[in-house]
Design a protein around this ligand. Structure first.
Ligand code: HPA
Length: 280
């Protein structure tokens, strides 16, 4: 939890100033958080500037295999983009203000849209491994809310509205673009669990009963902090495994990464086009 508001604000401000100075960009249009296996989007950036996390003042470091730990900055079409390659998960032991630190930095960099991607287990019986789901809404009861603690008034209100976190305008654009490319997109509710265990059968039954279509260990804290700063979110889950009691396989992180990177290629194409075409 943030205890010293002044100190936390200064840390975020220092990180944002460093990124502006190093990249030569004074403001940004879009922030992207790349989930497992989705690093291919980095190739869509023209003249990329890469900044390893270690170089950025106060920035956390990443510990998970398959997450490399750098910011990639540059233009995609006419949009100035800052991408987080390697996110921070609660299960790694980071407190929520560290998990969401990059989103605060993105907020100060002036982004007008946050694109988030993740790998998730598919709970809706119509989903197949390798499908991509647009996040229409989320469920966030199972992790601590990242806004618990003193509120930083300059960044947002004490009791933020979270009914418009994922505006229809953005996912409709993604749907149209995917349709034109002949790629099928699903749409549904993402539930965040803390991990690092995958779910038991009883847990999956419960989560499905709550209305979840996909389950994963990230994204929701980041989306809540974006909502606090009034930044709209466009979220995608790559369905890396089927999380339905009776159908679950022995799941390994390696399998999740493999499917994420195969299906990730489709998602990269969609996200690149969305970034080029979106009106902000
Ligand atoms: N459960 C939770 N997180 C996940 C899963 C899952 O089945 N697949 C990928 N991330």
């Amino acid at each position: 939890m943030i205890t010293d508001v002044k100190e936390y604000k200064e840390k975020v401000e220092q990180a944002a100033s460093y990124i502006k100075e190093k990249s030569g960009f004074d403001s940004f249009d879009i922030g992207v958080i790349l989930g497992s296996g989705l690093g291919g989007l980095v190739e869509a950036v023209e003249n990329p500037v890469e900044i390893p996390y270690e170089e950025i003042p106060n920035f956390p470091r990443s510990t998970v295999k398959g997450h490399s730990g750098k910011l990639v900055i540059g233009k995609i079409g006419d949009k100035k983009v800052v991408m987080l390659s390697g996110r921070f998960h609660y299960y790694e032991g980071y407190p929520m203000e560290v998990v969401t630190f990059p989103v605060r930095v993105f907020g100060l960099l002036g982004i007008k849209l946050l694109v988030v991607t993740n790998a998730a287990g598919g709970m809706n019986p119509t989903f197949r491994t390798g499908d991509i789901m647009i996040i229409e809404d989320h469920i966030s009861f199972l992790m601590p809310n990242p806004l618990i603690g003193p509120n930083i008034e300059e960044w947002g209100v004490r009791f933020p509205d979270v009914n418009h976190v994922y505006p229809e305008k953005f996912w409709k654009l993604a749907m149209r673009i995917a349709d034109e490319m002949g790629i099928r997109l699903e749409k549904g509710v993402y539930v965040a669990v803390t991990g690092p265990t995958y779910e038991t059968k009883a847990e999956l039954k419960l989560l499905r009963g709550w209305g979840a279509d996909a389950v994963g260990m990230s994204t929701v804290p980041e989306a809540i902090v974006a909502a606090h700063m009034k930044i709209p979110v466009l979220g995608f889950s790559v369905i890396t495994d089927i999380a339905i009691p009776g159908f679950i396989n022995e799941l390994t992180h390696e399998e999740v990464l493999k499917v994420a990177s195969e299906a990730g290629d489709k998602l990269v194409k969609i996200v690149e086009k969305v970034i080029k075409e979106v009106d902000l």
